[in-house]
Design a protein around this ligand. Structure first.
Ligand code: UT7
Length: 322
């Protein structure tokens, strides 16, 4: 049996850091409210002229170096993002070009905050079937360009960044299983109102801003993340006590704590970046993974559960050994 296994990871965060006290000057909020209700203390914000492929490229270069591979070994690029540079060509082709490689399939997947989990689950299928021997998978997002900076209920939550992994075939696990889901009945609880075939010309005007019914999203997120985590464990006959690390989507500290509690995992076994990064949508899980690996907490062979939840709704979990 062939598994796909992480060969290297990388991340990139834009230089500019915005603290909660800066937000206090922009909207009617407080550092105390933001920290206690969300866990966020600061977030990175992309520069005006920075694009999502800039962030994705930097994360990819870090992952390539960390994996110790030659970039020409890459035979597949999959990027999860909701904020690509252009409508087309797809962002993965832009990153491919900027890496100086040619010919391999390169495509993007849009699943909001679950984008990286969807992308990694897809690339995993290529590797398992022998169609890819070295895949570059990225979660990259400049979600703050969709945020209304006068809306305190959303602008305090988000940040920008990119995380990348290189996966290669291995006889040892590796990714054990992926569990994806979606339910469009919740589409009106978290969305951006304009797109290509719907009022594109209105983007940047009036109510062109990320819309979220925070409280309702919160409740479904807690319930769904708990069940998609359990789904992964049940499918593999693994007890929650066997998990070494939870690498969750970093939307809200209270959501993360609820999932950890359901898994009986102390927060010491959870990789937390929400305080430093905020919610970076598709970038949050791969950046948290990279943080945990690079600071030495996540070790080779350990059992890791990654999970995410986002607009759509979409959700997913990936159980793997590092
Ligand atoms: O990544 C995709 C998935 N996204 C998520 O999972 C996000 C899920 N939702 C959440 O994380 C939380 O719902 C929020 C952090 C967005 C909001 O927290 P909450 O505890 O659900 O607050 P709330 O929306 O129920 O609002 C409570 C109060 C309201 O005031 P009143 O009506 O009680 O007087 C809000 O107006 O807090 C007020 N409020 C704020 N106050 C200070 C909302 N935003 C702020 C703010 N500063 N930034």
């Amino acid at each position: 049996m062939i598994y796909s296994r992480i060969a290297g990871t990388g991340r990139y965060l834009p230089k500019r850091i915005m603290t909660n006290s800066e937000l206090e000057k922009m909207v009617d909020t407080s550092d105390e409210w933001i920290r206690t209700r969300t866990g966020v203390e600061r977030r990175h914000i992309a520069a005006e002229d920075e694009t999502t492929s800039d962030l994705a490229l930097a994360a990819a270069e870090a992952a390539i170096e960390n994996a110790g591979i030659d970039k020409d070994e890459i035979d597949l690029i999959v990027i999860g993002t909701t904020t690509p540079d252009l409508v087309f060509p797809n962002i993965a082709t832009l990153v491919q070009y900027r890496l100086g490689i040619h010919g391999c399939p390169a495509f993007s997947i849009e699943a909001a905050c679950t984008g990286f989990i969807y992308a990694l689950a897809t690339a995993d299928k290529f590797v398992r079937t022998g169609a890819s021997k070295c895949a570059l998978v990225i979660g990259a997002e400049i979600i703050t360009k969709l945020v209304d900076w006068t809306d305190r209920s959303t602008c305090v939550l988000f940040g920008d960044g990119a995380g990348a992994v290189i996966i290669k075939p291995s006889e040892e696990p590796g990714i054990i299983s992926c569990h994806l889901g979606a339910d469009g009945q919740y589409r009106d609880l978290l969305y951006y109102p304009y797109g290509v075939s719907k009022d594109l010309c209105k983007a940047g005007t009036g109510d062109a801003r990320l819309m979220m019914s925070g409280n309702e999203v919160f409740k479904v997120a807690v319930k769904t993340l708990g069940s998609v985590a359990e789904e992964a464990l049940t499918a593999n006959g693994i007890d929650k006590s066997q998990l070494d690390w939870l690498v969750p989507h970093q939307a809200n500290m209270r959501i993360i704590s609820a999932t950890a509690k359901r898994l009986d995992m102390p927060l010491e076994k959870v990789i937390l970046t929400v305080q430093e990064h905020g919610n970076t949508s598709a970038a949050s899980v791969p950046m948290a993974l990279d943080v945990g690996i690079r600071d030495g907490r996540i070790k080779r062979g350990q059992l890791i559960l990654m999970e995410a939840f986002g607009g759509g709704f979409t959700w997913g979990s990936i159980l793997m050994r590092y």
